[in-house]
Ligand binder design. Structure first.
Ligand code: UD1
Length: 342
């Protein structure tokens, strides 16, 4: 019997890459997604890559009745990976209740049903945003969390707290994965980062500018205290990130964890500036990018990159792919999209 894994937000950017890894490793996947920031076509692309179309249900996990009905039909889940959440930092500042309601209520609904049905294994999508601007770099999992800079960031901190407390009071076991900056696309170029509307994140903005969908990229700030003045992040290839989810699921399903609740940084351990990302993109694509330097974006931290020792040692996982492989795969995905839209 195959282990059955629920992947919420499984048609989204990180979710879809993770579903590919899970199916390739022999897991049976059920996706729940409300299509709020993705397209239905992603399901077919996953099937094209893996040869298997995952079971899919379209509903919003904020709806407690629908969520309960779903769990009643699937009481035999071996694990749950909870990706489904809103993630636009700026939008969360303008509409905080939308973020608290969506990101927190869906998590509570899932945990309540896990408790009710005695399901034990939850992998949660957290973020390096919980660190704010850390005092020491690279940042370890033990670094104190700073007051969140946005309601989005706050939902990640609150969610981690809700899971920590629930694990203490139940038989649920959980792993929170704190992502740094996931970028890039699957080597097939069939799935990748495809936000609806104007992208907020750097890489889709770069690739859309390079092919003329956006007129110009704005580099937010060149007066940071960094080597070239632009902000520094730990960019990690989405395929490396997806593989870490597979490792986390294996760890929970096989009861290999050292504690009922564990937290891991997922990054490469390297920091790159916005200008370095642009240079890498221009090199691998051969395209000269139209960009201009503008003011800092409110709420952005200056620099953050991960200490990955704990994930490397405990999970036996290490990011493998370089910045050039990230930017090249993102570009190939964009070119594939353009081909299909002609
Ligand atoms: C942030 C959060 C991350 C969260 C993500 C969700 C931090 C450190 N990171 O990522 O945890 O999951 O939002 O969306 O809080 N940039 C430009 N021009 C652009 C877009 C971005 O210069 O058009 C710059 C940004 O200023 C930043 C870098 O590129 O320095 C990366 O930005 P982005 O891709 O939006 O990710 P973060 O803001 O780092």
């Amino acid at each position: 019997m195959k282990h059955k894994i629920l992947v919420t937000g499984g048609l989204g950017y990180i979710g879809s890459h993770t579903v590919v890894e899970l199916q390739s490793a022999g897991y049976e996947v059920i996706i729940v997604d409300d299509l709020s920031n993705t397209r239905m076509e992603v399901l077919g692309k996953i099937a094209q890559i893996t040869g298997t179309k995952p079971h899919f249900e379209n509903f919003d996990l904020v709806d407690s009745e629908l969520t309960q009905k779903f769990f009643d039909l699937h009481p035999d889940l071996s694990g749950i990976i909870h990706f489904a959440a809103f993630k636009a930092v700026g939008e969360s500042v303008e509409n905080p209740l939308k973020y608290y309601r969506n990101n927190i209520q869906s998590l509570i609904n899932i945990l309540e049903n896990m408790e009710r049905l005695k399901l034990s294994n939850l992998v949660f999508s957290s973020s390096c945003t919980v660190y704010g601007q850390p005092d020491e770099l690279p940042v370890t999992e033990q670094a104190p969390r700073k007051a969140a800079l946005s309601p989005y960031g706050n939902t990640k901190q609150i969610s981690e707290d809700i899971i920590r407390d629930t694990v203490v009071a139940s038989t649920i076991r959980s792993i929170s994965l704190r992502y740094f900056n996931p970028v890039g696309a699957h080597p097939s170029a069939l799935i990748g980062e495809l936000p609806l509307g104007v992208p907020n994140n750097l890489l889709p903005f770069i690739t859309q500018t390079a092919c003329g969908i956006r007129p110009q990229l704005r580099v937010f700030g060149s007066d940071y205290n960094t080597p070239d003045g632009t902000a520094v992040r730990d960019y990690i290839h989405v395929v490396d990130l997806a593989q870490a989810h597979l490792v986390a699921v294996n760890r929970l399903v096989n009861n290999l964890g050292k504690a009922p609740y564990e937290i891991f940084n997922l990054g490469t351990g390297n920091g790159n500036s916005v200008l370095e990302v642009i240079q890498s993109f221009e090199k691998v694509s051969g395209v000269k990018l139209n960009y201009t330097i503008t003011d800092r974006r409110p709420g952005d931290v200056e620099q953050v990159w991960a200490n990955t020792q704990f994930a490397n040692d405990e999970l036996g996982w290490k990011a493998q792919l370089s910045l050039d492989e990230m930017t090249l795969s993102a570009w190939k995905f964009q070119l594939e999209l353009n081909k299909n839209n002609q």
